[in-house]
Design a protein around this ligand. Structure first.
Ligand code: 8YV
Length: 334
């Protein structure tokens, strides 16, 4: 039997990143890139000390209980709602994520999706492709201005702040935000951002962007009651997580013209998308690609590999993984 620790790479990852893992570990990969079922994930993890996961793999008490030898779960994502961190603590398992490396790329996409939504880019492109464009007219696909408008940000972490910078400094937007904790005065003034209550954020924003982590508290943070507070001319953009928006309520609000338009990169129960959203024209829909540039996805995969290697006690940073979620479990049990 090999003395090298075994690790599972749960989804297809860049070959050179897997090669970095092979220097230290016996690596099992998933070349088909089909997400494992829970039972298969549990089976594939048998005997493994570590796993490289994505948002598709749920690591919970059942998975951890069935694999007591597991020591490190390294997510290729900044969000980690697929991890039960309390269960990881209980089992002495280190959980890690990939913050920072995706901030600017994700903010670029959030801004692009917000602009596409405000300026009706997808809706008008579909119209053109359907061959329906037979004359120019003054108000054809007239949308809402982005420059000078009020940008509302719900969740003001790293990505929220990067979106605020783009809005305030690139587009002369008035930035308001709501967050669990208020930013310090220096950061607020650098971003030209004003802290407001959630109701005021909903009422005042011309373009509302959601960038908060998903948790039991943020489930359906934007539902029918919140949508009812928004301006009928407003747009809503969700690049955070499915489940933060009540997708059924949003589809109804869009169909009724309760708000002007929405841009969604994430969905409740994705990759399934609520069919009601597919049938309303005033929504731009993308398949969870906010961090998807080659450079950023490579940086995420490499940071996840760094975490796995160091977490399992190898490489120059042995025992000191760069971005732990629950560093309290360190040093790990043998
Ligand atoms: C990931 C994301 O690509 O980092 C996150 O939290 O949502 C995306 O950047 C996705 O979660 C796959 O793991």
């Amino acid at each position: 039997m090999s003395a090298r620790p075994g690790v599972l790479v749960a989804r297809a990852v860049f070959d050179d990143v897997v090669d970095r893992l092979r220097v230290h570990f016996d690596v099992e990969t998933n070349p088909s890139d089909t997400p494992f079922s829970k039972a298969e994930l549990i089976a594939r993890l048998q005997g493994k000390r570590g796993a490289l996961t994505t948002g598709s793999e749920r690591i919970d008490a059942e998975v951890l209980g069935a694999n007591p030898q597991l020591r490190v779960v390294s997510n290729i994502a900044v969000g980690y709602n697929n991890f039960d961190v309390a269960a990881c603590d209980t089992h002495g398992v280190l959980a890690t994520n990939t913050p920072d490396v995706l901030t600017e790329t994700t903010a670029d996409f959030g801004f692009a999706l917000m602009m596409a939504t405000a300026r009706r880019i997808a809706e008008s492109e579909h119209f053109l492709r359907r061959g329906e464009w037979n004359k120019w007219s003054l108000t054809m696909f007239a949308g809402a201005d982005v420059h000078g408008a009020t940008l509302g940000i719900l969740g003001m972490g790293r990505i929220g702040q990067a979106i605020a910078r783009r809005g305030a400094h690139g587009f002369g937007m008035k930035v308001i935000y709501h967050n669990r904790s208020r930013l310090d005065a220096t950061t607020e003034s650098a971003l030209n951002a004003r802290y407001v209550g959630k109701a005021e954020l909903l009422q005042q924003a011309d373009h509302l962007v959601l960038v908060l982590p998903y948790s039991a508290e943020s489930h359906h943070a934007v539902g029918a009651a919140e949508l009812a507070l928004m301006k009928p001319t407003a747009t809503l953009t969700n690049i955070a997580r499915g489940g933060i928006v009540d997708d059924a309520a949003l589809a109804q609000a869009l169909a009724a013209g309760r708000i002007a338009a929405a841009g969604l990169d994430v969905y409740e129960g994705e990759p399934a998308v609520n069919p009601a959203l597919l049938s309303v024209p005033n929504v731009v829909l993308t398949p969870h690609i906010a961090s998807a540039t080659i450079a950023t996805r490579r940086a995420m995969a490499n940071l996840a590999a760094d975490n796995l290697i160091a977490g399992l006690g190898f490489g120059p940073d042995a025992g000191r993984p760069p971005t732990p979620i629950n560093p309290g479990v360190l040093p790990l049990r043998p």
